[in-house]
Design a binder for this molecule. Structure first.
Ligand SMILES: [Zn+2]
Length: 132
């Protein structure tokens, strides 16, 4: 049997299966992110365990909302520019978050922050910060 006829016979179903796997993975990632958000909103944590960076991105959650414990402001961090392994859990990012304003005021990197939730969009006037 030639490669061509195999492609004709199986090509469609192989592609369909692969597509369904991709969709199922995305759906699972989305649900994991929603579950994590629900825990953060409902109980304010614990942030651990959390979805992986890559899973959040795959589910369309491009931002992480973080609250600075120094100045009490909510900020969004774009997950797609974070230079960390895609397998790193979201909660491990907490210790790398640095508040620009507080660091300037204090003169040293101020890293005390609290993870709030994963977001599809950045904080803006039409999409305000989450309330706890
Ligand atoms: Zn701050």
């Amino acid at each position: 049997m030639s490669t061509k006829s195999r492609e004709t016979i199986y090509g469609g179903s192989v592609r369909a299966s692969a597509e369904r796997a991709t969709e199922a993975r995305k759906e699972a990632d989305r649900l994991a992110c929603e579950a994590w958000n629900a825990r953060m909103f409902g109980f304010q944590g614990p942030a651990q365990p959390s979805p992986a960076l890559g899973d959040a991105l795959n589910a369309g959650y491009k931002y992480l909302e973080v609250k600075c414990l120094g100045c009490d402001t909510h900020q969004t961090v774009a997950l797609d520019i974070i230079r960390r392994p895609k397998t790193m859990p979201i909660h491990e990012l907490e210790r790398y978050m640095r508040c620009k304003d507080c660091s300037e005021v204090r003169g040293y990197p101020y890293k005390r922050s609290h993870l709030v939730a994963l977001r599809l969009t950045k904080i803006s006037a039409s999409d305000p910060p989450s309330t706890w």
